[in-house]
Structure formats: C-alpha cells, structure tokens
Ligand binder design. Sequence first.
Ligand code: ACO
Ligand code: ZN
Length: 466
Amino acid sequence: MKEEIVDKDLFSDSTASVVEGCRLPVRMRNTEDWPLAEVLSVKDVCNIRMFYVHYIDFNKRLDDWVSEDFLDTRKIQFPRKDGTQVGTGLSTPKKVGGTTGSSRPSSPLGVSGASDLTVNGSALLAAAIQKRNGRKRKIGDKEEPSDTPSPAPPSTPAPTTPGPRQSGSLVTHHDDVVTRMKNIQMIELGRHRIKPWYFAPYPQEMVHQACIYICEFCLKYRKSEKCLERHLMKCNLRHPPGNEIYRKQTISFFEIDGRKNKAYAQNLCLLAKLFLDHKTLYYDTDPFLFYVMTEVDSRGFHIVGYFSKEKESSEDYNVACILTLPPYQRKGYGKLLIEFSYELSKFEGKTGSPEKPLSDLGLLSYRSYWAFTICDILMNMKPSSEGERPQITINEICEMTSIKKEDVVSTLQHLNLINYYKGQYVLILNEEAMKNCIKNKEKWKLHIDPKCLHWTPKDWSKRGKW
Ligand code: ACO
Ligand code: ZN
C-alpha cells in the first residue's frame, strides 16, 4: 500500500512533462493492465489535467480520457522531431497481437491536439465537401439549428478501401488530428444510452452536449431531451422508411433506397460512423440500398442493426457496411444480418462478398458465418449413389451459399480443410475440425427463413441513373 502511494506521487510529479506524442504505460480502465499508450491530446478540466490516450496494440474504440494517476511516467518515451520516440526504458512496441483493427500514424509533431483546434465535425465536413466540389459550394455555413428538422448531414456509409466510387476521405493528414479522437460522449437512442466508439462528423453544437438525443425511428438528432420530446410529438414514424421486405416473428427487415430516403440514409450513416472506424466519407447515398433490421414491440419497430449495399457493384460486393448497435451485439444479430445479405445474393443468383477491409469484429463475424455455413454443408453431404463417397466442388459450395469463391477458399484454408495439390484445390474432410466448427449450432438460434423474404431484385444497370 505504502509503495503504491510513493509510486503515485512519483508519477504525478512528472506528468507536467507529458505532452502529445509521448508514449508510456497507461492503466486500462477497470483492469490492472498497463499497456503502452500514446498521448493524443492533453486538456485541463476544472484544474485537473486529462490525457486522451490510444493503447498501441488495441483497437481505437478503447481510446479514452484518463487522469494522471493512470499514467506511469517512469517509462515515458518522448516524441522526436522526426516522429520517432526517444526511449527511456521501453523499446518501440511492435504492432502485433491484440485486437488492432488498423494501424494509426503517430501524432504529427508540431501540430497541436484537437482541443486547441477550432476544427469540428461540421467544419471538417464542409472542408471535405468543398474539396470534392472544387470549392464551389460551402455547406458548413448553412447549418441549421438542431431543433429544426435535420439538415441531413453528409454521410459515411462505406468502408475504407479507396474504390472507384469513393470521391473523398475523412482521413487526410490534417483532418486526422481531429477524426482520430472520439467527439461524442453519449447518444440516447430509444431506450438505450450508448457510448460511441469513434469520431463521427455531427455538427459542432451537438459535439458539445453531454448526450445527443436521436429519434429511434427517423434517426434525426437533437441536442436535448426537450428538443427530442418536441420532435416526437410531430414524428409519425414507428418504423424505418422504405418497404418491409421480411418479417418473421419479431424480426423485420426494411429496404431503404438511399436516393428516395436521403435524410434517413444520411442520418443512419452518421449514426453508424460512431461505431465504424476508418470510414470513407461518402457525400452521396444515392448509389446505396440500406437494409435495416428491427425488432417489433407495442411501441414500434426498433432498429437493431443494418447493412448497406451498392446498387451496382463491379467487385461483387454484397455488403458495404454492416453494424449491430452495441446493446444488441454478441447475441447472433450480426450473423443474422450476414445471412440476410447472402439470402439476397441467392435471390439475385450471384455470389457476393463484404467490402474490404473488414474491421476486427467484422472479420470475426464473417469468419464464424462462413466456417459454420460451409462445414454444415460438408457434414451433411450425401453420396450420389450407394457405396460412393460424397463429392462436392468449391464452385458447388459457392452456388449453394452465394459466398464468393475466394472467401470459401480462405475459410477452408483457415480451418485446415484444403490443400493445393498438382495445381488443384483438394478438400480434406477432417471430421473433427468440421464438428468442432458446428458444435455451437444450437447456440446459433437466429436464422433467416427465405420463405419470409418478399423481394425481387432490381437490375439497376438498366435504370440509367438510380
Ligand atoms: N469480442 C470477441 N468476439 C466477438 C465480439 C467481441 N467484442 N463481438 C462479436 N464477436 C464474435 C461472436 O462471439 C461471434 O462468434 P461465434 O459465432 O463464434 O460465437 C461472432 O463474432 C459474431 O457474433 P454476432 O453476435 O453474430 O455478431 P454481432 O451482433 O456482435 O455483430 C458486428 C458483429 C456487426 C461486426 C458488430 O460487432 C459491429 O457492429 N461492430 C462495429 C461495426 C463493425 O466493425 N462492422 C463491421 C465492419 S466491416 C464491414 O462493414 C464490411
Ligand atoms: Zn423521428
């Protein structure tokens, strides 16, 4: 105990030297772990010095504001002008292990932290939009007050790979100082209070609130409970806009056209950005369809999660972004959304794949879905005639599941069920590995029932402009 007090005093005395860009062990909230972290920002709140830290080997969603007693300054590394660290006991950490979703650049030297900048979500958006429009239009200026109908902020629906459609990105050198820090403390959505994981470009007036209040049906946001109450008196929606294309028991899916329901689509993307890292900023929701999954009760259809999908994808993507809202996570809804996306692909008679890169949690969920779906088929194969061994080709697995060939192959490789032999893939039916994979079948209770899907695919290429 005594030693702890001595240590704490020692740490506190030296925290004055802790500046942005420093790396040092920082205690993780609710644990006794002290992983290496980088200080991204420093601020004083009521005379208490607070530090915004990123844990080097962990996903950005764990980034946090901590007080000085979370810092172990004995092992501090100071930033050098060339961007490297000056060590005082610790070597530069390797970015291995952990659940790192993506690597991040270290703090640029000579650039002050976000707290000193006047840059904010709307300014950032305006800048990005101006960039796209060749500085012809200025959107940030015409922000409406938040208790008037939503100005429908530009959106961020798709993951990060720069693709042909992507006309701009939030992640530029200058913008990154701001976008890499969480800017929203809390949201209230229906009966849930949710702590955001990442930056989202909500307007400045929202960012300064302790909580943003979001209408769970139309997804418009308000800066106070009072404002939301006023909104709810006028808002008649009790389900997402668009067509209900699936219903089984309490689960429904609504299809929303990003062109026809722009405000909803944009607000959905903004909400999703709070939980999706490294999203490219899309200005335009027109090229996307949104499939929103809801759970119904006497009060209405409550959003659980969604995925977006390009109307036309030259790369066979059948999902652009996918999200289960945090209160519903780890209950099987993610796999249900994924299953639904493949069900749509089956109706289209195509194979499909999620847009890359996948997040850490996205990869876990897809791996789990692919492994289970493929092993379930392999375990239930029947021989074509008696006495023969059952046979199946990779192409047949693709046709049956609508999973794209490369994902089938990577899953089989991951499960050690495939070998490359004399220029061909050969399946190795390792029963133990397959059984292991489907052992949690009973746990996976939620499934899509194709009979409950009422949907005809559209050929968007024939429609000229969506
Ligand atoms: N830690 C460890 N494992 C996890 C976690 C977690 N935090 N969350 C989910 N998993 C595992 C589950 O255990 C499960 O594995 P199992 O089938 O072997 O038991 C698997 O991932 C899927 O779990 P579900 O309950 O079906 O999925 P969930 O409803 O939690 O949704 C999703 C998964 C959509 C990825 C969710 O975590 C999410 O919304 N994350 C934030 C947004 C995101 O990263 N989206 C994917 C981006 S990639 C893209 O958009 C194409
Ligand atoms: Zn509403």
